[in-house]
Design a protein around this ligand. Structure first.
Ligand code: SR1
Ligand code: MG
Length: 405
């Protein structure tokens, strides 16, 4: 099949000519609406009286920048492959995929109409009591089971092979997370009241060298299959269920990168509520959730490890309990510290780069928004500079609280 860009009418025709989808939606005129508000793709809701589905299509350019910014639509292949891996590893964590077409760069999924994009929920101060439990199930399982702590050397390399060529989206992260926001660049969107901070950051040798270290980790440390863009816009949930969507940035990278992205987004919400709701209880829930995520992630990751007899890394008979426990302790600290560093990078990039977050950008009063940005930057700088020294999550929470004003 030749690729073409869909619109509402073409979506109807596509369904009409795809029997497996027609069977789900029934034989009637469909209601189709384009609802994508992300940076990259087009998303359609398709409704009949019988059912509702979501169709997502990648187009050969960066949606946020327009057709003048070409971006290969092959990114959808990696999203399809990642969804397939999740479907086999943690099926309850993703919406059901009914149809995938690599040639058309599209995927059709269950429509989560009882769930909200997490970022919207956080902006409105919604508490999600099961979130930490669900997200740590997802992260501990998908990261562990795609790593050399679980797979044989061969199986890991074969799985990596499916994602190694997601070069364009990795490059987006290399540029837009680790580089452009911290230098003069035409893509930046800098609030005039943050000019001085931006200038200062560019002259901050410690920050810039630490950022290079983090970028180098991102580019070279192929621990596990990452979601690659696990911010709160890639999570849909309600009080009972949590679903992960949008893994088009999937690739083999450092364990801490997804955890860091998530922590950064929870903290962006935390700082935003100093101006948005001023709701101390809600902010406490956010900090408690961060603590719970680190604690539960470690328990679940180690539990997977303790239930694995052999892997590429650990051959039965190599080490006694003492050796393994000592290694696990060092290993978990490495993941924790790198997560903190990546959280700092992810927070800082949102303050100067092309893609800000609604939690902060949606604060209408410019002075209030600037206060939030400065606060976010202060935490981000501490994380980036100190991540290799922070001992544990209690110390991390103290650092966050020290930067409150
Ligand atoms: C051009 S930057 C676009 C951003 O949107 C995605 O969600 C990623 O976070 C990416 O960095
Ligand atoms: Mg996305």
């Amino acid at each position: 099949m030749e690729y073409y860009v869909l619109d509402n009418e073409k979506v109807r025709d596509y369904i009409e000519n795809t029997p497996e989808l027609k069977a789900i939606l029934g034989d009637e005129t469909l209601c189709v609406e384009e609802v994508g508000d992300g940076n990259l793709n087009y998303v359609y809701i398709i409704k009949s009286s019988k059912n509702k589905l979501i169709l997502k299509q990648a187009v050969p350019f960066l949606r946020i920048a327009g057709e003048g910014w070409p971006l290969s639509r092959e990114r959808m292949n990696y999203e399809i492959r990642a969804m397939h891996y999740y479907g086999e590893t943690v099926p309850s964590a993703i919406p059901q995929v009914y149809h995938a077409n690599e040639a058309m760069s599209l995927m059709v999924m269950y429509f989560l109409d009882e769930h909200l994009i997490m970022r919207k929920g956080l902006i409105n101060g919604v508490i999600y009591p099961k979130f930490a439990e669900h997200i740590t199930d997802f992260m501990a399982t998908t990261l562990f089971k795609s790593s050399s702590l679980y797979l044989s050397g061969e199986a890991k390399r074969r799985l990596m092979d499916r994602f190694n060529t997601n070069v364009e989206l990795c490059k987006i992260t290399e540029d837009f997370v680790f580089t452009f926001p911290f230098m003069p660049h035409h893509s930046n969107a800098i609030n005039p009241m943050m000019e001085a901070e931006h200038q200062q950051l560019q002259e901050d040798t410690e920050f810039k060298t630490q950022m290079l270290k983090l970028k180098y980790l991102f580019m070279t440390q192929s621990d596990a299959l990452l979601h690659g863009d696990l911010h709160t816009g890639s999570i849909m949930l309600n009080a009972k269920e949590t679903y992960i969507i949008d893994p088009e940035f999937a690739f083999f990278g450092p364990f801490g990168f997804d955890i860091g992205a998530l922590i950064a987004n929870l903290l962006q919400s935390y700082v935003s509520h100093f101006e948005r709701s001023k709701n101390k209880e809600y902010q406490k829930w956010l900090l408690d959730t961060i603590e719970e995520i680190f604690e539960k992630f470690e328990i679940k990751f180690i539990s997977h490890w303790d239930h694995t007899d052999e892997s590429g890394l650990l051959v039965d008979g190599y080490g006694n309990k003492k050796v393994i426990t000592a290694f696990q302790k060092q290993f978990m600290q490495m993941i924790f510290r790198q997560s903190v560093g990546f959280a700092g990078a992810k927070m800082a990039r949102r303050l100067f780069g092309i893609a800000g977050v609604e939690d902060i950008e949606g604060i209408e009063d410019m002075e209030a928004r600037t206060r939030v940005k400065k606060h976010s930057l202060a935490i981000a700088k501490r994380f980036v500079k100190e991540y290799e020294r922070i001992e544990n999550v209690k110390e991390l929470i103290s650092i966050i609280k020290e930067e409150n004003r």
